[in-house]
Design a protein around this ligand. Structure first.
Ligand code: GDP
Length: 477
């Protein structure tokens, strides 16, 4: 925060010369048109019995967040889909076969570009697919406050069934409140047993419609390009139920799904538009960076002049490379864009502080008292299934009127990086039973301020949580 000396003098009703004299006596040499920083302004003002206050910057006011009227302007938009599932179950193959067979050569100009997302047209409408499969990208985006996915397609190999990452994907989708469509893949294989997949998923709360549940299951073979049309149709069916809409007539907002520094083109980001329409030449803010849209390219590598809701576009013209998950907002003028980005840069520095407000057992009671916390979310990792069952049961039973204890994810195996991400976005603590974390995971937990605890006696787990709830937990530090 700075101010031009003549401005300050004028606002205080003092001659600029007098102020310069005073500053000289204080040992500061300035001229009329020079800017002085906040501390200097405060000092010289106090000499004249004035107090200066820092101008509060209201980002939302500059961004015009609520000033635009969406009433009557909402129109349908196409769904955005992320493919998740266990490694080797066919996520990449599925994305590839959809891309290859549903985007015509002519349309693509022979080459489809990998920009982080692509959209395909079907008879019944468009679908946008995020090109980074798996729940790591999904969760790290969500950790940054961006939920861009409308529907998750959970790929399960028919010859392999439900695996640990299948379960993780289910829990991550649930935590984000995103509906799941199951694609039973590799139906062409000799060992394909779709009934087994359906049974195993039913155990995890995904019951197929033919068994009286409400989850859509589609049998596919990515390799043989079978069942893909049906899968796309089901995605659109699910999208209809979700009634996805957006107002294309307002300033554009969207999220970065991929970014890079291109040696020839400078910072390049792929953004997925959520609201409004982005135009070439629009001033934008993107994370801590700003700029003016110099050019926009679609997923076929073609230059476009505008991009509407659910459309992924590569944008050029930013001052720096934003992060995946950063929000992009279009503004009226360059000055506001620059202001917002400068303000964010400052806020960015204090953001680290926010992490310290994550839930911990030690601070649980205090925060319950302050009315800040009503749920204690727990991620449970243990060596054997038996311990998980015993712990889940006993822990959830500790819920009382003040606090609800929820096991949001439980699995055998050691604590993983993805557990830490899930804990961070869901404000959960992690309890490990008879498992040890790797140094990398430990470091990540510390960095993210996620409370992670390890035990080998069930009684001690229960005791700690019980004590934490009533504020009797003894500090271990
Ligand atoms: P990802 O790790 O989930 O992305 O899995 P990939 O798409 O890389 O597939 C893993 C392996 O399974 C590859 O060797 C694929 O060729 C194979 N695969 C994928 N889909 C099918 C399918 O429908 N049928 C058969 N037989 N193999 C498949």
């Amino acid at each position: 925060e700075t101010i031009v000396l003549s401005d300050l003098a004028k606002r205080m009703g003092i001659k600029a010369n007098e102020m310069i004299k005073k500053l000289m006596m204080l040992g500061v040499m300035v001229t009329v048109n020079q800017t002085i920083d906040f501390d200097t302004a405060a000092l010289v003002a106090s000499e004249f019995d004035y107090e200066v206050e820092k101008a509060r910057f209201e980002e939302d006011a500059v961004l015009n967040i609520d000033s635009e009227d969406d009433a009557g302007k909402q129109v349908g938009r196409s769904p955005v889909v992320t493919i998740m599932g266990h490694v080797d179950h066919g996520k990449t193959s599925l994305l590839d076969v959809i891309r290859k067979t549903r985007i015509t050569e002519i349309e693509a100009g022979g080459i489809t570009q990998h920009i982080g997302a692509y959209s395909v047209a079907t008879n019944r409408g468009q679908i946008t697919f995020l090109d980074t499969p798996g729940h790591e990208a999904f969760t790290s985006m969500r950790a940054r406050g961006a939920t861009v996915t409308d529907i998750v397609v959970l790929v399960v190999a028919a010859d392999d069934g439900v695996m640990p990452q299948t379960v993780e994907a289910i829990n991550h989708s649930r935590a984000a409140g995103v509906p799941i469509i199951v694609a039973i893949n590799k139906m062409d294989k000799a060992g394909a047993d779709p009934d087994r997949v359906m049974r195993e998923l039913a155990d995890h709360g995904l019951m197929s419609e033919e068994w009286g549940g409400d989850t859509i299951f589609v049998k596919v073979s990515a390799k043989q390009n079978q069942g893909i049309d049906e899968l796309l149709e089901m995605i659109l069916l699910q999208a209809e139920v979700l009634e996805l809409t957006a107002n294309p007539e307002r300033h554009a907002r969207g999220y970065v799904v991929e970014s890079k520094l291109d040696s020839g083109r400078g910072p390049v980001a792929t953004v997925l538009i959520q609201e409004g329409t982005l135009h070439a030449g629009d001033p934008i803010v993107c994370g801590i960076h700003h700029g003016k849209i110099r050019a926009m390219l679609n997923d076929r590598g073609a230059q476009v002049d505008e991009a509407g809701p659910s459309m992924p576009v590569e944008i050029l013209g930013l001052s720096g490379v934003p992060n995946a998950g950063d929000e992009m907002v279009a503004l009226d003028d360059d000055k506001s864009a620059k202001q917002v980005s400068e303000h964010r840069l400052q806020k960015h520095r204090s953001l680290e502080l926010a992490k310290t407000s994550r839930v911990s057992l030690e601070k649980l009671f205090e925060r319950m008292q302050e009315g800040e916390v009503k749920d204690l979310n727990i991620i449970l990792k243990a060596d054997v299934h038996g311990s998980i069952e015993a712990l889940s049961d006993s822990l959830t039973k500790l819920s009382n009127e003040e606090v609800t204890i929820r096991i949001i994810h439980a699995a055998t195996g050691t604590v993983s990086e993805s557990d830490i991400s899930l804990a961070a976005v869901s404000n959960a603590i992690i309890i490990g039973f008879n498992v040890r974390p790797s140094a990398k995971v430990q470091a990540m937990a510390t960095e993210e301020h996620v409370d992670m605890r390890f035990y080998n006696i069930i009684y001690n787990v229960i005791k700690d949580v019980k004590d934490a709830i009533v504020g009797m937990m003894e500090s271990t530090f």
